[in-house]
Design a protein around this ligand. Structure first.
Ligand code: 5GP
Length: 114
């Protein structure tokens, strides 16, 4: 896959407001937040999107969900509720070709999304 802005954030070549990091993933505040809490959770492995996942990524994806749960609690949105969004491809609204989970909360979120 080609280089993305998120690769540079992982390598700390450009700054981000990082809220969590481990060997497998990174979480940081979205530069254009769509809710009072808007964090992106990404794998360090350069996976383009959901469509590019392989069976060997199953444990990594499970880990990302556990990180999302932990962050929602730490950011005080677990009790009120939150949304996790993964855009995939052009019509899915994906603008950065590195798999990422949007963790959104802190206000009532409308449904369906636009
Ligand atoms: P997508 O549209 O691909 O699902 O989401 C990409 C997200 O990345 C957008 O919400 C956008 O605001 C965020 N984003 C793009 N570039 C940067 C950046 O350089 N830093 C941070 N923190 N977020 C970014």
């Amino acid at each position: 896959m080609s280089e993305t802005i998120f690769s540079k954030i992982i390598r700390k070549e450009i700054p981000a407001n990082i809220v969590y990091e481990d060997d497998h993933c990174l979480a940081f505040h979205d530069v254009a937040p769509q809710a009072p809490t808007h964090v992106l959770v990404i794998p360090k492995k350069p996976i383009v999107n959901v469509d590019a996942l392989e069976s060997e990524d199953a444990a990594l994806i499970g880990h990302l969900w556990m990180v999302i749960q932990k962050l929602a609690r730490e950011l005080n949105i677990a009790e009120s509720g939150y949304r996790v969004v993964v855009n995939c491809g052009r019509e899915g609204g994906q603008s950065v070709d590195h798999l990422h989970y949007h963790l959104l909360g802190g206000r009532p979120l409308a449904w369906p999304p636009g």
